[in-house]
Design a binder for this molecule. Structure first.
Ligand SMILES: [Zn+2]
Length: 175
């Protein structure tokens, strides 16, 4: 294990290790329905309806893209199906050899309908976590900065060049 500090300015020798560490941190936060970037809660107005930005770090939750959450449909489908399969396997193993096949079948069919709805908010935050890991945060992802002016405002955005961007405070896009 290489020695590294937790400074936002430190670059580990192995970028792959950095990416895996960041992915684990983002997924850990997302699995709790929290902001993958800062760990803050309150991302949802209702169970599946998201706010536009994170109330804590102001991350734009759709990252400024139309149809951004299409990827979360895939995550939702895959994980919901895996949970159903895991439930079937657990039911078989726990009751073997007298498996109540009819009860298992109807139980799983009843779970298939609500599972994607129940899991969907988690799929959204997990999709955001994956995206943030492989397409790291920029100032344009944060609400309230000049580059986020709506097109109808008529004002020119003024994105900062990378070398002029301020370091993010710990927990907000830092590594
Ligand atoms: Zn946040």
């Amino acid at each position: 294990m290489k020695t590294m500090t937790r400074s936002v300015h430190t670059t580990p020798a192995d970028p792959q290790e950095l990416r895996l560490t960041r992915l684990a941190r983002h997924l850990g936060r997302a699995s709790l329905r929290r902001c993958p970037n800062c760990g803050g809660g309150g991302l949802f107005r209702r169970w599946i309806v998201m706010h536009e930005t994170c109330p804590r770090c102001h991350l734009k939750l759709d990252r400024g893209e139309a149809d951004y959450f299409i990827g979360s449909f895939t995550v939702n489908f895959v994980v919901a199906e895996l949970l159903i399969c895991a439930g079937a396997l657990a039911g078989i193993l726990l009751t073997w050899p007298a498996v109540p096949w009819d009860a298992l079948k109807w139980g799983l069919m009843a779970a298939i309908v609500p599972a994607p709805v129940l899991f969907y908010p988690f799929a959204k935050t997990i999709w955001l976590a994956i995206d943030l890991t492989f397409r790291p945060l920029t100032l344009a992802d944060l609400a309230g900065h000049g580059e986020n002016l709506p097109p109808e405002s008529g004002e020119e955005p003024h994105p900062l060049p990378p070398e002029a961007r301020p370091a993010f405070p710990p927990g907000i896009g830092g590594d």
